[in-house]
Write a protein that binds this ligand. Structure first.
Ligand code: SAM
Length: 210
């Protein structure tokens, strides 16, 4: 079971505001992710936020579980799920570095969208290791590492202005880690497919354990 001293972490935009400000602009990226998810699979979405991604792929998957460290995000996701009457998804509060409530290989696929860059630096590798334990294949979506001067500037601006200083430090440490490819190398995860989203600012990496 996840540790008892789980402390929820909320941002000012967690829940309703995130759904209004970010979700509507992410549909192209969401649909791209949906095309990479095989039909009839069991999916774990780590750092699921408002549940938007899982809800959008719910028509093609067998079951889905979303976990997040923000209780406001989880409450919002549960409300959306109830509103849509979808009963093969569930959402729960958990920290990505401790997925001990799930068995080895319990899922066909684990997804994580725009989480690594804002996650506590020390938790990134433990979280990826947990994801590899519960499923053989991962789809990670996050900022591209060197997308060119203009897009790089946009990324820095968004993280500094919207996220504030603590987020910005985490974002910079993500770049220092070499982004997703750098983190994958540290735990011997092989990239088997790569796609571009949000005009090149974001990339989608599909990884498998070597
Ligand atoms: C930018 S939001 C992305 C939300 C969602 N994946 C999406 O695509 O819209 C980042 C999410 O990661 C969650 N998060 C950050 N650190 C986490 C951790 N250690 N464990 C679980 N969730 C975490 C935050 O609470 C937030 O909901």
């Amino acid at each position: 079971m996840p540790s008892n001293n789980l402390i929820p972490k909320n941002d000012f935009y967690s829940g309703f505001l995130y759904n209004k400000l970010f979700d509507p602009f992410s549909n192209n990226m969401r649909d791209l992710i949906c095309t990479l998810v095989p039909e009839n699979t069991k999916v774990l979405d780590v750092g699921c936020g408002t549940g938007y991604q899982l809800l959008r792929m719910s028509h093609k998957i067998k079951a889905g579980v979303g976990i997040d460290l923000s209780n406001k995000m989880i409450a919002f996701a549960l409300k959306q799920q109830a509103k849509k009457g979808i009963d093969h998804l569930s959402f729960e509060l958990a920290n990505a570095d401790d997925l001990s409530q799930f068995d080895d290989n319990e899922f066909d696929l684990t997804t994580m969208t725009m989480v690594l860059h804002e996650m506590n630096t020390k938790l990134r590798i433990p979280a990826l290791n947990e994801m590899v334990r519960v499923s053989k294949r991962l789809i990670i979506i996050d900022y591209a590492v060197s997308p060119g001067l203009f897009l790089s500037g946009c990324m820095h601006l968004i993280e500094r202005v919207v996220g504030g200083i603590p987020h910005y430090h985490l974002f910079r440490s993500y770049l220092k880690d070499g982004g997703v490819p750098g983190l994958f190398r540290k735990i011997d995860l092989r990239i088997i497919r790569e796609e571009t989203a949000l005009m090149g600012m974001v990339r989608v990496w599909v990884g498998e354990k070597i």
